[in-house]
Write a protein that binds this ligand. Structure first.
Ligand code: NAP
Length: 259
C-alpha cells in the first residue's frame, strides 16, 4: 500500500532509541523527511545517521529535553511546520504514590501530558491551514489497564488521553487527526530497565525475568519496535483520515477485555 505521505515533514520526539526511533524510521521509509529529538546529542546523531543512510530522506535533529520550553523551542525551530507530529518522552519512574511529592507529579505531567499538549498547540493550526495533519501520541497500555506501580504514568497519560478525546473531534473535518498508540511490552531499553527492577526484587536473572514475561504474553514474545513503527506510519498516512480520537493498543493480546 502506498501510504501517500512521501515528501511530508515529521517531528518525532524522543526518537534516538526505542519506539520513537522506530516510528521515525518507518516514516522515513515512506519518504517522509524527519526531525528527531532526544536529550543526549551523541545517540541522537547516531540515530539520524542510521535513518539517513537507510532511507535517503532529509533527517534533522534537535537535542533537548522535550519536557522543557527550551527543548520544545529547539524542536520547533528544526521543524517549524510539521505535517506529522509524533509525541513521545521517557516514562515516569515506578513507585508508591505515598512517596511522591508535588514535584514528582509535575515532572510526570510535564513529560507525558503537557509537552504533547503544548506541541499540539504549536502545530495544529498550521496543519489545519494546510488541510493535512497527523498527530500520534505514544502513551501506554497502562491507559487501558493501569499498572499499580506506575501511578505517575497511569495518571499523566490518562490526562492526555482525555484532552485528545475532545480535541481530535474538532480537527478531523480539516483532515487533521489525533490518535494515541498504546504500547504493551516492546523490546527496548526502557523495557529492559523495568525488567531489571523485577529481577532484583525476585532474585531471578534478567534473562529469566525476560523469559517469564515473554511467556506470560498471549503472543509468547515481546513486540518488535519495527511493528510499532509500521502501525505509526499507517496512522500517519493519507489513508487514515477517517480515524481520530482512537487509542490503539499494541500488546500481543495482553489486555484481555472483549473491547
Ligand atoms: P527507550 O527505549 O528508553 O527510548 C526513549 C527515547 O526517548 C530515547 O531516545 C531517549 O533519549 C528519549 N527521551 C526520553 N526522555 C526524553 C525527554 N524528556 N526529551 C527528549 N527525549 C527523551 O523507551 P521506549 O521503550 O521507546 O519508550 C517510549 C515511551 O513508551 C516511554 O514513555 C515509555 O514509558 C512508553 N512505553 C514503553 C513500553 C515498552 O515496552 N517499551 C511500554 C509501555 C509504554 P535521551 O535519553 O537521550 O533523551
Amino acid at each position: 500500500m502506498d501510504l501517500g505521505i512521501a515528501g511530508r515533514r515529521a517531528l518525532v520526539c524522543a526518537a534516538s532509541k526505542g519506539l520513537g526511533k522506530a516510528c521515525a524510521l518507518a516514516l522515513a521509509r515512506e519518504g517522509v523527511h524527519v526531525t528527531l529529538t532526544a536529550r543526549s546529542a551523541d545517540a541522537l546523531e547516531a540515530a539520524a545517521a542510521e535513518i539517513r543512510a537507510a532511507t535517503g530522506v532529509t533527517v534533522t535533529t534537535a537535542a533537548g529535553d522535550i519536557a522543557t520550553e527550551e527543548g520544545r523551542a529547539a524542536a520547533l525551530a528544526a521543524c517549524p511546520e510539521p505535517d506529522i507530529l509524533v509525541n513521545n518522552a521517557g516514562g515516569p519512574p515506578p513507585g508508591d504514590f505515598r512517596d511522591w511529592e508535588r514535584e514528582d507529579w509535575i515532572r510526570a505531567l510535564d513529560a507525558n501530558m503537557l509537552a504533547p499538549i503544548l506541541l499540539i498547540k504549536a502545530t495544529v493550526d498550521g496543519m489545519i491551514g494546510r488541510r493535512f495533519g497527523r498527530i500520534v501520541n505514544i502513551t501506554s497500555g497502562a491507559v487501558k489497564a493501569p499498572i499499580p506501580i506506575l501511578g505517575l504514568s497511569n495518571g499523566a497519560r490518562t490526562g492526555l488521553t482525555g484532552f485528545v478525546a475532545g480535541l481530535s473531534r474538532q480537527t478531523v473535518k480539516h483532515n487533521v487527526t489525533i490518535n494515541n498508540l498504546l504500547p504493551g511490552p516492546f523490546e527496548t531499553d526502557r523495557l529492559r530497565k523495568t525488567m531489571e527492577g523485577g529481577a532484583k526484587a525476585s532474585g531471578r536473572s534478567i534473562d529469566e525475568e525476560m523469559d517469564l514475561r515473554r511467556q506470560s504474553n498471549p503472543a509468547g514474545r515481546f513486540g518488535d519496535p519495527d511493528e510499532f513503527g509500521a502501525a505509526c506510519a499507517w496512522i500517519c498516512s493519507a489513508r487514515s483520515g477517517f480515524m481520530t480520537g482512537q487509542n490503539i493498543l499494541l500488546d500481543g493480546g495482553a489486555y484481555a477485555g472483549t473491547l
